[in-house]
Design a protein around this ligand. Structure first.
Ligand code: GDP
Ligand code: CA
Length: 318
């Protein structure tokens, strides 16, 4: 079975770990969000691709959900001693090596997709990890801080401001000019199932869908497209997804997120058991819906979620 998953960082990566346990024989292609990418200290940092790679490769800081295990911050301290920031973005010493290798390969002329493949040789994630695009896409957020309107990088909004101010707009800068990375459209066209994991619907899955051609390819693939809600009980499980949902005029509920994707894209949707009351509304919108436990408390629980998503896909197919 060929499964394509559109993934952000933590939610996507943890789901993928469960999917691999649930379907060990499946051929999984991950289309990773690169809208969170940022250039820091002259280096190209791809937080979501790295979270997937480290999580599936056994190098992730489990408690934090991002960054390397057994990390130290000597380089960051030395940079700070020179007065060089930003101090609000956590880059550890081990993590720095990834960004140095990536930046060096990009400077030598390799596209991001080839660089990602090379980095994955070390991590052996057991999936094919593709960036959504080799072209530069950067999510920016329009905010008003102390009466002044400005547009800031997504990471500044998310990590520095912790989404403490309202997002007025979320713009994936460059997406409209970006092309899907090599292999992306081919993977979608030959998929048996397409899965939206419990990733952020706006700044993770939404950004991937904003690359021209990807949304259309999914809609035209003619195979089940199923998703799992990142919203449980009218709130994100972790993070501040409600803030970016508000920016696109979508309520932070499992049903509203399903309708945001829409029946033109989504065939099946899993909500958590606490949101069982939303099933009828989602089905009324033409999307088959089931309520099952959706907390990724451990790999076994996550594998069960993945199994339920695949069962739902088969129901849709039939
Ligand atoms: P990011 O790039 O690191 O922000 O990660 P993603 O976009 O992949 O996923 C973030 C989303 O995962 C958030 O909106 C969370 O609500 C959701 N999430 C995190 N843990 C869980 C969980 O255990 N269950 C569900 N259903 N969603 C989760
Ligand atoms: Ca992310």
């Amino acid at each position: 079975m060929r499964i394509v998953v559109l993934a952000g960082g933590i939610g996507g990566a943890r789901f993928l770990r469960g999917l691999k346990q649930a379907a060990p024989e499946a051929d999984v292609t991950v289309i990773g969000n690169t809208g969170d990418d940022i250039h820091l200290f002259g280096l190209k940092v791809c937080p979501d691709l790295d979270t997937v790679m480290y999580t599936l490769g056994g190098g992730i800081n489990e408690e934090q959900g991002w960054g390397r295990t057994d990390e130290s911050f000597r380089v960051k301290e030395e940079l700070a001693a020179y007065g060089v920031g930003p101090e609000w973005f956590g880059l550890g010493d081990r993590d720095f090596a990834t960004h140095i290798v990536r930046t060096q390969m990009l400077a030598a002329g390799y596209p991001l997709s080839a660089v990602t493949e090379a980095l994955c040789v070390r991590w052996n994630p057991g999936v094919r990890l593709l960036p959504m695009s080799d072209d530069r896409v950067e999510t920016h957020v329009a905010v008003e801080v102390e009466g002044e309107r400005k547009v800031i990088h997504f990471q500044e909004y998310w990590v520095k401001l912790r989404a403490s101010v309202a997002a007025e707009a979320v713009v994936p800068v460059g997406a409209d000019q970006a092309k899907p990375a090599p292999g992306v459209l081919e993977a979608i066209a030959s998929a048996d199932v397409i899965v939206f994991p419990p990733s952020n619907p706006v700044v993770s899955v939404g950004t991937i869908l904003a690359v021209p051609g990807i949304r259309e390819a999914i809609a035209e693939a003619g195979v089940p497209v199923v998703g799992l809600s990142p919203i449980i009980g009218n709130a994100p499980v972790r993070g501040m997804a409600d803030k970016v949902l508000a920016a696109v005029g979508v309520e932070a509920t499992a049903a509203a997120v399903a309708q945001h994707y829409g029946s033109g894209l989504l065939d099946g949707w899993l909500v958590d058991t606490v949101d069982a009351g939303a099933v009828a509304e989602v089905e009324g919108a033409g999307i088959r819906c089931r309520a099952v436990p959706l907390l990724m408390t451990d790999v076994d629980a996550t594998a069960e979620m993945a199994r339920q998503a695949l069962v739902l896909a088969e129901e849709v197919r039939a």
